[in-house]
Design a protein around this ligand. Structure first.
Ligand SMILES: *Cc1c(COP(=O)(O)O)cnc(C)c1O
Length: 361
């Protein structure tokens, strides 16, 4: 079977080795006589796998001891509500950087629950740039500062994180999770939906400093309460078992391929290949994003003669390439180069872009 070249933004490509491992074990998990997705989540083979998965998260990201690590359902989107529900206290303010579709959705949900101060709004630039971290000013009564590490739709990525001093920094890393080393100790909470870089949809990976729990509101309904999940190590209710299992296999794959530093080094090379084509195309292609903040994961680009974009997508499809259409809210083209995308598929895209330019300029 010839696999398609998958540049979708999410759910996204997974390592073929991992898919084969799932196939091998889907009926009979490691000779246990039942599938992982049929097993109880209390004890037994699930918990052994779960513990190994959490240990891999801690190892690959160098997560300090005083942080909780667990998975929740509900997608990254549920966190847009849970974060202010837990941490936006009465008579305090939450500071949000509005940098694109995902940070803006989080901001809009927080506004419904309490006082929000917008510390940056990329609106005037059509969300094509990010603030200089040092230029941000936080509220005196700030409960937390919120940023999105990588705007999946706009193609923007923070290269340096703001220093928030004693104010907790909370970050959505959905679309660049485990694609680079991260100074976890700078953040009070990191979270992300796993379907961009880590596995199939269904789980959200939470990494949270335990002392954050002392700052939370009281009387929170059980599922929305991080305190409850911390106490139960993420097993308060049935966790997204299948998703967690595959995440564990992907984390093993990341470890075997140089860890997050290996992912980072490769992402610079692969994203560089595509940005170079754009930059050397004499304006046949252009990137609408401030070059200082170009994402390594989601490369947004346009063809100067926009009528050619439909032709580009059609020819790409005929060459077995999927997912190159920009998000419906911004249009244009987008190539997502997540961890699991083979380098040869990036080279294929590079060569296709060069050929398309030659034939159409
Ligand atoms: C995809 C995405 C989300 C939403 O994730 P769901 O799991 O679909 O809720 C949130 N933030 C970012 C940065 C994303 O890329």
């Amino acid at each position: 079977m010839e696999r398609k070249k998958n540049y979708f933004a999410g759910p996204c490509v997974l390592p073929v080795e991992v898919l084969k491992e799932v196939e091998k074990n889907i009926v009979d998990y490691q000779g246990n006589g039942l599938s992982m997705i049929e097993a109880s989540h209390r004890g037994g083979m699930f918990e052994k796998m779960y513990d190994e998965c959490i240990a891999l998260v801690r190892e690959l990201y160098s997560v300090p001891e005083d942080y909780d690590v667990y998975f929740l359902g509900g997608g990254a989107t549920l966190q847009f509500t849970m974060i202010p529900f837990n941490f936006l206290k009465k008579n305090t303010t939450a500071d949000y950087a509005m940098t694109g579709v995902w940070a803006n959705k989080a901001t809009e949900d927080a506004i419904k629950l309490g006082r929000v101060n917008v510390i940056f709004d990329g609106k005037d630039s059509k969300y094509s740039t990010l603030p200089e971290p040092g230029s941000l000013r936080f509220s005196d009564d700030s409960s937390y500062v919120y940023i999105c590490a990588n705007e999946t739709i706009g193609g923007l990525e923070w290269k340096e994180y703001p220093d928030t001093g004693n104010i907790p920094l909370i970050c959505d890393m959905s679309s660049n999770y485990f694609s680079q080393p991260v100074p976890v100790e700078k953040f009070s909470m990191i979270y992300g939906g796993v379907q961009k870089n880590l596995g199939p949809a269904g789980a959200t990976l939470i990494i949270m400093k335990k002392s954050m729990l002392d700052r939370r509101n009281e009387n929170i309904p059980a599922y929305l309460d991080y305190g409850r999940h911390s106490k139960e190590k993420g097993l308060y209710n049935t966790p997204p078992v299948f998703s967690i299992w595959v995440v564990k296999l992907v984390l093993e794959w990341i470890k075997a391929n140089g860890g997050v530093k290996g992912m980072y080094d490769r992402s610079l090379i692969t994203s560089g290949m595509i940005y170079d084509v754009i930059d050397n195309s004499n304006n046949f292609y252009y990137s609408p994003v401030d070059a200082r903040f170009r994402s390594r994961m989601n490369i947004c680009f346009r063809i100067r003669n926009q009528e050619l974009e439909a032709k580009f997508l059609e020819e790409a499809k005929n060459n077995g390439m999927l997912g190159l259409k920009g998000h419906r809210s911004v249009g244009g083209l987008r190539a997502s180069l997540y961890n699991s995308l083979p380098t040869s598929d990036v080279e294929f895209l590079r060569d296709f872009m060069i050929k398309f330019e030659k034939e159409n300029s």
